[in-house]
Design a protein around this ligand. Structure first.
Ligand SMILES: C[S@@+](CC[C@H](N)C(=O)[O-])C[C@H]1O[C@@H](n2cnc3c(N)ncnc32)[C@H](O)[C@@H]1O
Length: 213
């Protein structure tokens, strides 16, 4: 169902995201540490498996993961892509001097970035659960952008047994129905997969690393 703006116009995904993040970008870094778990861990887990040289983050938001990636893989070429200008503005500030070596792209991931595969690693951190209904297409585009033998790393919400909580997350544009992990495990060869509980089991999140085989 399409969200309707205050002037009665149906909002597409891009407009919905920008409307949401125009406000949330300002409080994002101060608040998200308390519930977007596993973001540093997934990058450490990738580093234990591979040393990527070309890296894309889809939905890079305020650039927190790009900073961690730059520190973990200092030789890598990094691209962060996001549909929200408000989030990218904060990312540019957060990256500061590193902005010279990290490319930020303002666009939707609505097709592969290049005609040929180019990335050793693609990271989706809490972005796939927000890309509705097109999350499955994003997985396909990422597969097309990944080099053979490259890795797809995803950390995101998995599921909750509490309907009210899921509904609240829906209001915040997050779909949390255990739908991502099976699709990822069918598309990439799983190298690492876990579903830790958050807040005593109010929800589970997942960390997935898969090889493009
Ligand atoms: C919850 S934030 C995650 C940001 C960051 N990856 C992190 O871990 O903090 C989700 C991000 O995905 C972006 N996003 C949503 N749909 C997108 C799309 N179709 N293409 C690119 N970015 C998108 C949003 O603008 C937002 O910045």
């Amino acid at each position: 169902m399409k969200e309707i703006s205050s002037v009665g116009v149906a909002l597409d995904h891009s407009a919905r995201m920008e409307r949401y993040y125009r406000l949330h970008a300002k409080i994002y870094d101060a608040t998200r540490w308390s519930f977007l778990f596993g973001r540093k861990t997934i990058i450490q887990q990738v580093a234990a498996i591979t040393q990527p040289v070309t890296i894309l983050e889809i939905g890079c938001g305020t650039g927190k993961n790009l900073l961690t990636l730059a520190q973990t893989f200092p030789q890598a070429q990094l691209i962060g892509l996001d549909i929200s200008e408000s989030m990218l503005r904060i990312a540019a500030k957060n990256l500061g001097a590193r902005l010279g070596s990290v490319e930020l792209l303002h666009r939707a991931y609505d097709r592969p970035l290049y005609p040929e595969p180019r990335f050793d690693l693609i990271l989706c951190s809490y972005s796939l659960s927000m890309i509705n209904p097109d999350w499955q297409k994003i997985i396909e585009y990422a597969k097309a952008d990944l080099n053979p033998g490259g890795f797809m790393a995803v950390v995101d919400f998995h599921d909750s047994t509490v309907p009210l909580f899921k509904q609240w997350m829906r209001v915040n544009h997050v779909r949390m129905e255990g739908h991502l992990l099976p699709a990822l495990a069918n598309t990439f060869q799983p190298q690492h997969l876990e579903t830790p509980p958050a807040y005593g089991g109010l929800w589970k999140y997942f960390l997935f690393i898969g090889a493009n085989g």
